[in-house]
Design a protein around this ligand. Structure first.
Ligand SMILES: Cc1ncc(COP(=O)(O)O)c(C=O)c1O
Length: 410
């Protein structure tokens, strides 16, 4: 019996051909394929503009920098997330303020309300596993907290002050897991002020490494202006990108400020312009089929708690199957994972909560302050879900999980 991998990337002839075509075209940095990819992403998400960059991390760090967030400022993040969500706050010198999550793994809007202060400059909800956070409630908390908001008055970004313009904490959605998920029938990307996607190797839509920002800021923000600014910010502050410089006689450029370097390349975005593009991966319904087969197999077993994928307002993109083992301690969960591995199945845990990571613990964050996060994490096991996981393999995973739970829990 071969080991069932947790999340292999989808690399087929079409992917290889697309990369080969990009190589043969001579455009290996940001060029026409990236621009087409951005158009496809924007159309799919129902927003005017999307910029594709080299990771969620760099894309979202640019957002914090654009919003002028730095020392003395606070950014609210859930304690239950991947380290990137809080690391970008550290990178800009601000303070991550952690809050607990609800039973569906997403940020508790009431907890956000309790920690909102006149130092709060942004809120980063996380769509963990692909289920959108309660963005409506979080947007409401940000809007209702506008009287507390204290903008930096001396901030100038491309001739304006974004903090003065918005007049409240920015809501930056961490949609690293949720490309293709929906809220009230609309694809994720249009609900928060700015939404950040990850196209990292294990994500449901991948460009090997990569990320993107979808802009949905209210008026008077202008999506074209934002796109132009972030394009410049991601390319050293250069007034022209490589594509623009190839126009006849358009070699001269200026650098108005020292920007960063995190553009996407055409090798990553590559697919035939005008075609369905890389987005087909997201439209694959196979993960949904895996989910249904798991749900059916676990139904009726009180020890196995299936994740929430859908409610009245939200539909997950089925990125992860975050199973929980009722009553299992962290040690028992770890032993169950070892027992599953002995049965040739790779599983994972999403995620080790931030206060349990030595850096954040050293900064004074305490797991005890986020009891629901710990309660969910301690008995969570993520099961394989991907485009070519066969029904037989799903059955093998189910059998391994059930046997391992019995072995450890009795
Ligand atoms: C919740 C979450 N946020 C952010 C990231 C960072 O994404 P990237 O690797 O594209 O920087 C990840 C990556 O795994 C993630 O899981």
């Amino acid at each position: 019996m071969a080991m069932i991998p947790f999340s292999p990337p989808r690399i087929d002839d079409r992917t290889i051909k697309a990369v080969e075509e990009a190589l043969r075209s001579g455009w290996i940095t940001t060029g026409p394929r990236t621009k087409e990819f951005e158009r496809q992403l924007a159309a799919y998400c129902g927003v005017q503009r999307v910029i594709a960059l080299n990771s969620w991390t760099n894309a979202c760090e640019l957002v914090l920098r654009w919003y002028g967030i730095g020392p003395g400022d606070e950014v609210i993040v859930p304690a239950y997330t991947y380290c990137a969500t809080a690391n970008i706050v550290m990178h800009v010198g601000a303070k991550p303020v952690m809050v607990d999550v609800l039973d569906d793994f997403t940020m508790d809007p009431d907890a956000v309300k309790r920690v909102l202060t006149n130092r709060t400059k942004a809120i980063i909800p996380v769509d963990i596993g692909g289920l959108p956070a309660n963005l409506k409630a979080i947007m409401r908390v940000a809007e209702e907290g506008c009287s507390l908001f204290t903008p930096k008055v001396n901030l100038r970004v491309a001739g304006t002050n974004p903090q003065m313009r918005l007049g409240r904490a920015l809501v930056l959605s961490d949609a690293a897991h949720s490309f293709g998920a929906a809220v009230a029938g609309h694809k994720v990307g249009a609900q928060a002020d700015i939404t950040g996607f990850s196209f990292h190797a294990v994500k449901n839509l991948t460009t090997a490494e990569g990320g993107a920002l979808a802009f949905a800021l209210p008026e008077p923000f202008d999506a074209d202006e934002l796109y132009a600014y972030f394009n410049t910010l991601s390319l050293h502050g250069q007034s022209k990108d490589a594509l623009a410089k190839t126009q006849p006689g358009a070699w001269r450029y200026d650098v108005a400020f020292p920007g960063y370097k995190c553009n996407m390349t055409d090798l990553q975005a590559g697919d035939r312009p005008g075609g369905a593009g890389t987005l087909r991966y997201r439209d694959d319904t196979a993960a949904q089929g895996d989910r249904q087969r798991y749900d059916a197999a676990f139904k009726g077993d009180d020890r196995l708690i299936a994740p929430l994928f859908k409610d009245a307002d939200r539909e997950s993109c089925y990125h992860l199957y975050m199973l929980r083992i009722a009553g299992a301690t962290e040690e028992q969960r770890d032993a169950i994972i070892t027992a599953i591995a002995r049965r040739e199945v790779s599983v994972n845990v999403h995620f080790i909560p931030l206060p349990k990571l030595s850096f954040y613990e050293g900064q004074g964050y305490r797991m005890a302050d986020h009891p629901n996060t710990y309660r969910l994490y301690s008995n969570e096991i993520s099961l394989p879900v991907y485009y070519d996981l066969s029904d037989g393999q799903v059955d093998q995973v189910v059998a391994a999980v059930k046997a391992a739970v019995k072995e450890v829990m009795g």
